[in-house]
Design a protein around this ligand. Structure first.
Ligand SMILES: NC(=O)C1=CN([C@@H]2O[C@H](COP(=O)(O)OP(=O)(O)OC[C@H]3O[C@@H](n4cnc5c(N)ncnc54)[C@H](OP(=O)(O)O)[C@@H]3O)[C@@H](O)[C@H]2O)C=CC1
Ligand SMILES: CC(=O)N[C@@H](CCC(=O)OP(=O)(O)O)C(=O)O
Length: 345
């Protein structure tokens, strides 16, 4: 039987990506899509890419109205707006996959240090961090899934085998990430204008990008001890894709075949993580897909390992991972609706 699904924030980049995935998901009946600015307009008229795929109109729904109609809700709203609706949705008995940052951090004090006051801190302990490759069993039981950030997804999947194995010094981590411009969302911003981004390449957010505590939380769990990282995001003049280059000091000498074997073993049952060994991946090989491709190289000269991890920020970094979590919540095959391979060239 199909589940009735609502998408809140269906006019944003992740929202439209959700609509695209859900339109061909065999277990989904889309019952509600919200947007304030497009309320009353047909989805397919506002987004012609969805012509013939979505017969709904955008609504500007109150959470209670949506609740009447849906079983599961994806909240693809900015942080702060999400926590304004999630408690009411849960209270109405819905399951929620929240794409915002509002429920990702366990500790309300940390959230408030990096974001703003939290209006439902009691839910932070209950929310399950939705990175299926690491927390699959908890996600299956969840009522509220906090879908991870795009940068943190690329980083956690890139470093998990090394930290779990105790092969690297947790205090040595340097994270250098680059994101396509869709990562900044669809609302009009000076920094996202074509002439500001095209043919340029810049670092931003230093030294306190808000993904830092999220990255440290997951890496700390993997390492079994608190972790502090240096994290520098950069803005790439491409629509989609994140490439994270991750540097770590080895605690013992390791050969390249040993490293290849470690990654291959760690991810042997994971459909969405593809290990490329010493052949470092390009964002081109994942854009349009839910894959995370990870390569790693031993640098014997410096005693470091360098990992390169790539994802599509709108798929494995957001909407694709959200559907993967939805599949887990419903007991479906995790790959349902997510089988597409990357578009290339
Ligand atoms: N872009 C990305 O790569 C990633 C984004 N995310 C997170 O996913 C969420 C959505 O991101 P993205 O799609 O990029 O964002 P967009 O800015 O593209 O879209 C935001 C959506 O929310 C609606 N919205 C905006 N403000 C409010 C508000 N105050 N109340 C209700 N609705 C509102 C907008 O529609 P309208 O104004 O018409 O109501 C729009 O549909 C964010 O929390 C983001 O941080 C997570 C991982 C990656
Ligand atoms: C390129 C760009 O601007 N990227 C966004 C991160 C992407 C995102 O939306 O992350 P959250 O889900 O945590 O909000 C940023 O740096 O804020």
């Amino acid at each position: 039987m199909k589940k009735r699904v609502a998408v809140l924030g269906g006019s944003g980049y992740t929202g439209v990506e959700l609509l695209r995935l859900l339109a061909s998901h065999p277990k989904v009946e889309l019952v509600c899509v919200t947007s304030r600015q497009f309320a009353g307009q047909k989805v397919e008229n506002v987004f012609p890419s969805l012509r013939g795929m979505c017969g709904l109109e955008f609504t500007d729904g109150e959470p209670a109205d949506i609740a009447g109609d849906a079983d599961v809700v994806f909240t693809a709203l900015p942080h702060q707006a999400a926590m304004g609706v999630v408690p009411e949705l849960l209270q109405a008995g819905l399951k929620v996959v929240d794409l915002s940052a509002d429920y990702r951090l366990r500790d309300a004090a940390v959230y408030e240090e990096w974001y703003q006051p939290h209006s439902s801190p009691q839910l932070l302990k209950e929310a399950v961090y939705g990175l299926p490759e690491l927390f699959r069993d908890d996600i299956r039981q969840a009522r509220l899934v906090a879908n991870p950030g795009c940068y943190p997804t690329s980083v956690a999947l890139g470093l998990a085998p090394l930290l779990k194995d105790g092969l690297i010094a947790p205090d040595s981590l340097i994270i250098d990430s680059k994101s396509g411009t869709s990562g900044a969302g669809r609302s009009a911003k000076l920094d996202s204008l074509f002439c500001e981004v095209n043919e340029g390449f810049k670092a931003y957010g230093l030294p306190r990008h808000r993904h830092t505590p999220e990255i440290e939380q997951t890496l700390g769990q993997l390492a079994g001890q608190p972790v502090k990282v240096s994290f520098t995001p950069h803005l790439l003049p491409v629509n989609r894709g994140i490439l994270s280059t991750l540097y770590a000091t080895l605690l013992r000498p390791v050969s390249q075949p040993e490293l290849d074997e470690l990654y291959a073993r760690f991810y042997q049952d994971e459909f969405f993580v593809r290990c490329t060994g010493g052949v470092l991946p390009n964002i081109r090989q994942v854009v349009g897909s839910n894959f995370c491709d990870v390569g790693a190289v031993v640098d014997g000269r410096t005693g470091r390992v360098v990992v390169v991890s790539v994802i599509d920020n709108l798929l494995k970094g957001a909407a694709g991972q959200a559907v993967q979590n939805f599949n887990l919540l419903l007991g479906l095959d995790e790959t349902t609706g997510l089988e597409a391979v990357a578009v290339w060239p």
